[in-house]
Design a protein around this ligand. Structure first.
Ligand SMILES: NC(=O)c1ccc[n+]([C@@H]2O[C@H](COP(=O)([O-])OP(=O)(O)OC[C@H]3O[C@@H](n4cnc5c(N)ncnc54)[C@H](O)[C@@H]3O)[C@@H](O)[C@H]2O)c1
Length: 330
C-alpha cells in the first residue's frame, strides 16, 4: 500500500525503510531540500548516508504527500507539530489515519500529540489516531537490528492495522495497546530523564548515580502517566521503562548527549546548538514540570532539572538539592 511520512529526518526515513521492506510505497515530505534530493537522486538516508530502498521517494510539497495516501505518519519535532497539523488541516479533502511517531509534549499547553491532532484536524478528516512508540534508536533500526514497538489506539482495528503495517518477521515486532495516554506520556517523559542521566554522566558521577536517577526517574514517569490517565502497567512497558533503558545511558541518544554536554559545563543553548538533530528532552522537562505543578505531584528530579535548564541553579546546587532532601522510605 501507499504510506505518507511527514518529516524525513533520522527516524522518519528509517521507518520508511521498514515500510518499504514490507513492500509499501513511501512518500516522505521534508522541508529540507537537500534531504529530499538525497533520497530521490542518490537513494541514501539523509542522516546516515546509507543506501535506502528505491520504493522510498521524497518531496518538499505538503499537498503532494497528503494526496499520496490515506495513511499519514507524523515524524516532525513536537515543537513544530501544531503548525504542521494546522497546515495539513487546511489542505485535507479526505479523511486520513494519523500515525504519530514523534515523542514529546507541548510545554505551552501540556498537550500530547493526540490532543494536538484532536484540536487541529477537523473531525470528519480524522479516520483515526495511532501512536507508535518504544525503545528504538534509528541508528540501529536502519541496520535492521531487532526492535520492538507498541501501536496504541482507542480503536483496536487501527492499532492492529499499524501493527501489521510495520511488523516483519526479520527485525521489527509491534505489539498493540489501547492506552494512548500511557504510551504517549511514557515515550515523552523518558527523554527528560535521559537528559538528567546525561547531566550526571557529564559531571563524572558514576553508574551508581545514573542507576539511581533512572529508577527514581521511572517513579516520576509513573506518577505523570497516572495523573494524565494512563496506566502504570503501560509505563513499565516498551514505551516507558523500555524506552528509558535504551535512552538514558546511550551515546546514540541525543537527549543523553545533550545532558552530557550540560554536565560538562556547556549552557543549555550551547548544548542544543551542538546537536544537529531534534532533542525533545529539554522542552519535555518544562512540560513535565508544568504537569507536576498542575497535578501537585512529587517530582524532585524533574523539578530540579527544570530549575537547572532555566539557569536558576548550578549543577552543583542541583546535586545538593537532590541529596539533601529529607530521608524517607523507598
Ligand atoms: N531518532 C530516533 O532514533 C527516534 C526514534 C523514535 C522516535 N523519534 C522521534 O521522532 C521525532 C523526529 O526525530 P528525528 O530523530 O527524526 O529528528 P530529525 O531532526 O533527524 O528529523 C526531523 C525532520 O523533520 C523535518 N522537519 C522540520 N519541520 C518540518 C516540517 N514543517 N515539515 C516536514 N518536515 C519538517 C526536519 O527537516 C528534519 O528532517 C522526534 O519527536 C523524536 O523524539 C526519534
Amino acid at each position: 500500500m501507499k504510506v505518507s511520512i511527514i518529516g524525513g529526518g533520522a527516524w522518519g526515513t528509517t521507518l520508511a525503510q521498514a515500510l518499504a521492506d514490507n513492500n509499501n510505497e513511501v512518500l516522505i515530505r521534508d522541508i529540507n531540500e537537500e534531504f529530499v534530493s538525497k533520497i530521490n537522486n542518490m537513494h541514501v538516508h539523509p542522516s546516515f548516508d546509507l543506501t535506502i530502498p528505491y520504493l522510498i521517494k521524497a518531496t518538499t510539497s505538503l499537498e503532494e504527500v497528503i494526496n499520496f495516501s490515506d495513511v499519514l505518519v507524523l515524524c516532525v519535532p513536537t515543537k513544530v507539530m501544531r503548525s504542521v497539523l494546522v497546515e495539513i488541516n487546511n489542505i485535507l479533502t479526505s479523511p486520513k489515519l494519523f500515525i504519530n511517531v514523534s515523542k514529546g509534549i507541548e510545554p505551552e499547553t501540556s498537550y500530547r500529540v493526540s490532543e494536538i491532532v484532536a484540536e487541529t484536524i477537523k473531525k470528519e478528516m480524522l479516520k483515526g489516531y495511532v501512536v507508535l512508540s518504544g525503545p528504538s534508536h534509528a541508528e540501529e533500526l536502519i541496520f535492521r537490528k531487532f526492535t520492538s514497538l507498541v501501536s496504541a489506539s482507542l480503536d483496536e482495528e487501527n492499532a492492529k492495522f499499524v501493527q501489521h503495517l510495520f511488523s516483519n518477521e526479520e527485525y521489527l515486532r509491534v505489539y498493540t495497546s489501547s492506552d494512548v495516554i500511557g504510551v504517549e506520556a511514557g515515550g515523552a517523559i523518558k527523554n527528560a530523564i535521559a537528559v538528567v542521566s546525561g547531566v550526571a554522566s557529564g559531571m563524572g558521577l558514576g553508574e551508581n548515580a545514573r542507576a539511581a536517577l533512572i529508577s527514581r526517574g521511572m517513579r516520576e514517569t509513573v506518577q505523570i502517566v497516572e495523573a494524565l490517565g494512563g496506566s502504570k502497567e503501560t509505563a513499565f512497558g516498551l514505551s516507558g521503562l523500555g524506552d528509558l533503558i535504551v535512552t538514558a545511558s546511550s551515546m546514540n541518544s541525543r537527549n543523553f548527549q545533550t545532558g552530557l554536554r550540560i554536565g560538562q559545563g556547556q549552557s543549555v543553548s550551547e548544548a542544543l546548538a551542538n546537536s544537529k538533530q531534534t532533542v525533545e528532552g529539554i522542552r519535555t522537562i518544562e512540560a513535565a514540570y508544568k504537569i507536576g505543578q498542575k497535578y501537585k505531584l512529587n517530582l524532585p528530579i524533574i523539578n530540579t532539572a527544570y530549575e537547572l535548564i532555566n539557569g536558576r541553579i548550578t549543577i552543583d546546587e542541583a546535586v545538593k538539592i537532590l541529596l539533601s532532601r529529607k530521608l524517607k522510605a523507598e
